[in-house]
Design a protein. Structure first.
Length: 276
């Protein structure tokens, strides 16, 4: 009878420091796991299991949404839909890349860096996809064909390139200067988010200031920004595990909540873009 032995689980001081996570005291995989061990570990409870599944399952939800839209929209022949096509493809890419990064990051220290480089690159591309969609469908009417509208996507592409490099570089001083590393990585994610959402900030401010009609797009963007704010807070604060180290090792730590908020924010963003 064929039996499969699940990989061994370690405590924090049993693995190299490069694998340590703030407030997570146990549930670590072997720092030199094989690819098969990494895949098998996604079916046992480790401190990465929920991280893997909270982005792997949403990947297929977004793929399903893409396929449903493909059956009713002409993505090949209609240029008006091309920005939506780019956005949808990148919405499917970023949670899948994240899930793979969390799955295979315990193969070695070098593999860990490479996995998260790919993860950061996918996030930057998703940010660029948001700029394509906002530039095509969410711009305020009197901004259309203006200077910001013309250069909105090219500037977002430049931001994506620079911020990918910055987020990847932030991994190198992680051990010697952890605060600097955190600041650089946070800035690499926050800056493109703020830039991409300039049209939304203006629209929502104008809407609340002038009491414009509340529609599905405005509601969706509000929910999107709310979950984006929660995502940023969780990423920067490492709560709740920082307050009770070891208690949230397997379920409930900040990165899991970060994943859930990010996916919910993307869901509401997609609905709002479709309404627009």
């Amino acid at each position: 009878m064929l039996t499969i032995k699940l990989p061994q689980i370690f405590r924090v001081h049993q693995v190299p420091q490069i694998f340590w996570e703030d407030g997570i005291m146990s549930g670590y995989r072997h720092p030199k796991s094989s690819a098969l061990d990494c895949v098998l570990s996604s079916f046992q409870m480790t401190n990465e299991t929920v991280n893997i599944w909270t982005h792997f399952l949403p990947t297929w939800y977004f793929v399903w949404r893409f396929l449903v839209l493909s059956s009713s929209l002409d993505f090949c022949q209609e240029p008006y839909h091309w920005p939506l096509l780019i956005y949808l493809l990148l919405v499917c890419l970023y949670p899948f890349a994240s899930s793979c990064a969390h799955t295979f990051s315990s193969m070695s220290a070098r593999a860990r860096h490479i996995c998260y480089f790919c993860d950061y690159g996918a996030l930057s591309l998703y940010s660029l996809g948001c700029a394509f969609a906002y530039g095509a469908y969410a711009m305020p009417d009197h901004w259309v064909s203006g200077v910001l509208h013309r250069y909105f996507v090219p500037a977002a592409a430049f931001n994506s390139f620079v911020c990918t490099g910055l987020s990847c570089y932030s991994r190198f001083p992680e051990l010697e200067h952890p605060r600097l590393s955190k600041v650089l990585r946070t800035a690499a994610f926050v800056y493109p988010f703020l830039y991409d959402n300039i049209p939304l900030f203006y629209r929502l401010f104008f809407c609340f200031w002038s009491n414009c009609a509340w529609n599905e797009a405005v509601a969706g963007y509000c929910y999107h920004l709310l979950f984006a704010l929660l995502t940023g807070f969780l990423f920067a604060s490492h709560l709740p595990e920082r307050l009770a180290p070891g208690r949230f090792d397997y379920i409930g730590h900040s990165h899991q909540l970060f994943h859930i908020c990010a996916v919910l924010g993307t869901h509401f963003q997609l609905e709002a873009i479709l309404w627009d």
